[in-house]
Design a protein around this ligand. Structure first.
Ligand code: C5P
Length: 303
């Protein structure tokens, strides 16, 4: 949390309710049609003015601190990109308090980048416009613009073009991270190997959009779709068993989150999510985190 003169910003993890992936573009990125939803698992990023750079990390028990780079962290990239936009050299002491599992397909790094942009913008009184913040966010990573916005959003382009969508439902998820992270580029490469004839155009998200409008988790469960799932399971076959166990324990549906390896399970309501979490722990999985959705994007929590 912020000490004197610090500003804390909270940013949420995401799941992809739909992840349609087209054939790789010339720049190597894949065209996406995705539906992001922000879930109630958070990182807090606190920024303070300083004369030299400093980065501190505080991690929840289930987060491996060794997996988070302290040199050349994405929050440094965020500070450089925001500074460059204003022709300034921004120097700050930053603390990341991390609950979002690392390299898990939940966009924890993107959440940190979004939180750093919002915090530094406020700390240095830069008053960057929302459009400019979104453009800077897009330079930092495909899902950083979403992390700024939160809620439920349709993402196109390489995922960086974001449009909020109406979502008045309350959804409950249980996230089961893995001890070992997975590399997003590697999962996309495996996707290319497995599906060399993939369409240029990604599969559209109509089924998920229709399901969201019903507010019915059973309907949404049936509509969830992830084109990267086969590639992630090819790299990590053990995750198929986890999905089976979660579904047998009452989840409406289990899927790989984004490029994985975190698996997320849609539950009927908050009580079912907590029971499901307990059952997964009982089945020997070390961590099972229940979280509501949708929640907001990067938000100031203290000044
Ligand atoms: O944009 P981001 O930094 O999150 O992307 C990480 C990597 O994931 C990219 O370098 C690329 O290999 C892969 N990726 C992709 N197509 C996308 C998004 C990411 O191939 N739409």
């Amino acid at each position: 949390m912020a000490d004197l003169g610090g500003i804390s910003v909270r940013a949420a993890a995401k799941v992809n309710l739909h992840l349609g992936v087209g054939a790789a573009r010339e720049d190597g990125f894949h065209p996406l049609c995705t539906v992001y939803q922000a879930i109630g698992l958070y990182d807090d990023v606190t920024v303070r003015r300083a004369t030299t750079w400093d980065l501190k990390l505080v991690t929840a028990d289930h987060v491996n601190p060794a997996a988070v780079p302290l040199i050349d962290n994405i929050v440094h990239h965020a500070a450089r990109a925001l500074g460059a936009h204003h022709d300034l050299d921004l120097v700050a002491a930053i603390e990341i308090s991390k609950t979002i599992p690392v390299a898990g397909g939940l966009a924890g790094g993107s959440a940190d980048a979004a939180a750093a942009l919002v915090g530094l913008d406020r700390l240095f009184r830069l008053e960057t416009s929302d459009d400019d913040l979104l453009a800077i966010a897009a330079e930092l990573g495909s899902d950083v613009p979403f992390a700024l916005m939160g809620g439920t959003v349709i993402g196109t382009g390489r995922g960086e073009l974001v449009d909020p969508i109406e979502d008045s439902g309350t959804w409950w998820w249980v996230a089961v991270p893995s001890r070992e992270g997975m590399s997003t580029p590697e999962v996309y490469r495996r996707y290319d190997d497995l599906f060399p004839g993939a369409d240029d155009q990604p599969k559209g998200a109509d089924a998920v959009l229709t399901a969201l409008a019903t507010g019915d988790p059973a309907v949404l469960g049936r509509a969830l779709h992830n084109d990267l799932q086969a590639a992630a399971l090819d790299l990590r076959p053990d995750l198929a068993r986890l999905i089976e166990v979660g579904e047998a324990a009452g989840a409406l549906r289990g899927i790989i989150s984004g490029s994985g390896p975190t698996c997320v399970f849609l539950a009927t309501d908050g009580d079912s999510a907590r029971h499901l979490g307990a059952d997964l722990l009982g089945a020997g999985y070390e961590v099972a985190l229940a979280a509501p959705a949708p929640v907001s994007g990067a938000t100031l929590v203290s000044l």
